[in-house]
Design a protein around this ligand. Sequence first.
Ligand code: HSE
Length: 348
Amino acid sequence: MANFAIMGFGTVGGGVAEVLRMNREAIEKRLGEPLCLKYILDVRDLSASPYADKVVGDFSVLENDPDLDVVVESIGGAKVALDFTRRALLAGKHVVTSNKELVATHGRELLAIAREKNVNYLFEASVGGGIPLLRPIFQCLAGNEIEEISGILNGTTNFILTRMFQEGVTFDAALREAQERGYAEQDPTADVEGLDAGRKICILADLAWGREVRPGDIEIQGIRSITPGDVEAAGKDGQVIKLVGRAVRNAGGSVSACVRPHLLSAEHPLAAANGVFNAVMVRGNAVGDVMFYGRGAGDLPTASAVMGDILDALDHRAKRRDLGWSEGADIRPFPHRLKAGTALPVLL
Ligand code: HSE
């Protein structure tokens, strides 16, 4: 029997419990042993939840349980989540997370602790929600030099832009709808100002090139300045506006990365990703362009990726997944190609 705990029983944490309930038979067949959700760590009153008997309020219960194999961190943020993740890894637990803020800002340190303690720190759900993306990059595309990554990396802003474009709804109404659907962060500023997508493009760059690219070191612009008039004008020109995260490796090994609203021809492969869907194109020097597409936010899609990581961590108990990156990427300004007469770059 393998045991895991969920820290933070919100949208993602609740989704993980639900995926196990829905698919227990398939999951345990795949794992080859029973999988037990042993604890839920949360300070809220969950006495009415069907999982009430699993709820604990004290992290040390998880830390000191020698039979606990994996801890899912779905608390979010980089304060309590950082402390608990460090302590869980130091206690020899594998940690799986959807927390892009934590991975983008402290991933290097946490992966170093994981290496020292010979455990896994996995974060497939931190970028692209349910889309298999990180594992394909570090595993399936390992025979390539990655040249460029471009993607729609935030479900909330893509949902807002799509609703503005297709239905003519206001920015505020579309944001409210995204919040009701559980796509947005607790503080949606991180979504609409581009920081969430910025964290994700940094994680992709870290993995692709093995050196740390921090969100504070790249150009990040969100969608607040995009007006219904901009959206309409783009449509008349056969274009759409998308918030795109980009990272390229320049000659000489430096990296340029940014998040900005871009103009895309309606024929561009990324233009077809609407609503909460994310889409990411990765260019490798052997494979050429490959594209990943799917739901980038929401409880079950994100939980799908978390559950995949739980199973992978358990599969790699003896020989851990050796992920990691060093500090000190050489970061250069992004070489934009601006459309004449606008401040919007064009994604070709
Ligand atoms: N707020 C994020 C988004 C959640 O809208 O994409 C998934 O990372």
